[in-house]
Design a protein around this ligand. Sequence first.
Ligand code: MSP
Length: 540
Amino acid sequence: MKSYYITTPIYYVNDVPHIGHAYTTIAADVAARLKRLAGYDVFFLTGTDEHGIKNLRTAEEHGVAPQAWVDRVSGEFRRLWEVLHISHDDFIRTTEPRHKQVAAQIFQRLYDQGDIYLGTYEGWYCTACETFYTESEFAEGRTCPVHAGRPLEWLAEESYLFRLSKYQDWLLRHIEQSEAAAAADGSAPPAIAPLSQRNEVVAFIKSGLRDIAVSRSTFTWGVPVPFDPRHVIYVWIDALTNYISALGYPDGERFQRFWPADVHLVGREIVRFHAVIWPIILHAAGIEVPQQTFAHGWLTFGGQRFSKSLGVVIDPAALSREIAAESGADPDVAVDALRYFLLREIPFGADGDFNKPALIHRFNADLANDYGNLLNRTLALVNRHFGGQVPARGSEEGGDALLRQTAAQVAGSVEPFIDRLDFRAALDEIWKILSAANKYLDEEAPWRSLREGKPERAGAILYNTLEAVRVASILLSPWLVTATARAWEQLGIPAPLATQRLSDAARWRGLPAGGRVRPGTPIFPRIERPAAAAPGRSGG
Ligand code: MSP
C-alpha cells in the first residue's frame, strides 16, 4: 500500500484559531481524505507551536504561566478541528517530551559535526513572525513585511549559528533535480509549488544564504540546547522538527512508513523556512528531504490578511453557526458549506478575499440547487411513482451513455488534481457530473415517459440520476463530510459511505436496484434572507 504524508504548519498558540488557520487545515484535510478514498495509507499531521518569545509574552500579558497558557490555547485548536471535522491522525505539541527530545537530538548532531557554532547575532526581529529581517526585506519605516505597520525590534545576543550558507549549492541542485524529475514524470512533484513561490525562493537562495541564528539566550521558554543550557533552541528550528518528531524519529515505525513527507502545506509567508532552512537541516543531518512544500496564498478580508497580530479575525465555528441559523441547515452541514466554499472560491495558491455574500451564493447555487435539489426532486419522483424503491436499471438509451461516460471520466480524473492541490479544478470536475445529471433529468424528463405509459423508461432515468448522485457523493465526501453521508442515507445504500473508495465511484451502476430510498428534509435548505455583514471582525 502506498503511503501519503501531509502536514499543516503547527500553529502558534498566542491566540485562538481563526479562519486563516482553518483554511490550511481544511485544505490538508480534504487532500488526506481524498487520498484515503484513493486507497493510500495516509498520515495527516497538525499541531501547535508552543515555544518562543511570542507565546511567552502573550502568556505573561494574560498573567498565566506559559505552560498553562499553551495548554489552554492548544486545546482551542483541537476543539475547533473537531467542529470542522478535521481528520488528522496525530496532533503534535512542541512542549511534549516526545518532540523536545528529537529537537535536541537534531541540534546536537548538527553541533557535533560542526554545522552549528557559537557567535553573536544581531538584527531586526519581528516577534509576530519570530523572524529576523534584513534591510532589503523591510517594509516602510523599518516595519515587518508580513505584519503591515508592525515595528521591528533590534536584537543582539550571544547565539548559536547554523551554517546555512554551506548548503546553498546543494539546495539549488536539489530543487532543479526535483523539477527535472517532475518534467520527466508528471506524477513526481517539484520541490516547491506553486511556480510563483518557487521563483521567489530560488531568487532568495541565489541572492546568497547567510548563516542563521538557531538559539536564543535571553529567555528560557524553549527546548534547552543540550550542550549549553544557557540557550534554548530558536523556535523555528524547534518547530520544524515536529514533522519528524511526530513520526517517532529515528526508530519509530511511523517514521519508516511515512517519511519523507509528500507535502508540507504552508501559507506563503513561511515558505522560506520550509523550502530553504528545513531541507538544509535535514540534508545536513543525513535525513531524506520532503517531496514538496506547497505554499498557498493569503485569505484576506477587505484586502487585509486575516491575522490576530493584525486584528482581523473570523471564528470559523461562529461563522458556521451563523450559516446554520440563516439556512436552517444542520450545523455540521453548515461546516461542510464553509469547507466547500473556501476551496471552491479561491484558486489554491493565490490570495483571495473572504466575502460572505459569495459564500451564500455558493451555498444556494451549488449546494442547495445543483446537489441537494437534484437529490430531492429525484427521490420525490421515486417515492411518488415507484413506491420509494430504487427502480430497475433498464437498457441504455437516449442521454444515458453520455451521463455514464461523464461520471466515469470524472471519477478517474479527480485524484491528479488533488496531487497538485488544485481543489478548485477538482470541484469543477466533480460538478461536471452534477451539471450533466441535472441536464439529463430535465431533458430525459421521466414525467413525460410516465405520461406516455413507459414506466420502465421513467424508472431507468431516475435510476441513472440517483446513480450520478451516488458517484458525486463519494467524490464530494472529502469536502462535504456530513452532507454526503446524509445523501447516502437518503439513497438507502446498505454499504456505509465510509467504506467506499474511488474505485466504487468509477464503477457505473453500483447503486443496488430495489433498495428503499429514505427521502428526508433538504440537506441544504436555501438561504433566503439577504446576507448580513461578516461576523467576528474586530479592530482593523
Ligand atoms: N508556528 C509557525 C509555523 C511553524 S511550522 C513548523 C506559524 N504559525 S501561525 O500560527 O502564524 O500560522 C501560520 C499559518 O497559518 C500560515 O502559514 C497559514 O498556513 C495559516 N494562516 C494563518 N493566517 C492565514 C491567512 N490569513 N491566510 C492563509 N493562511 C493563513 O507561522
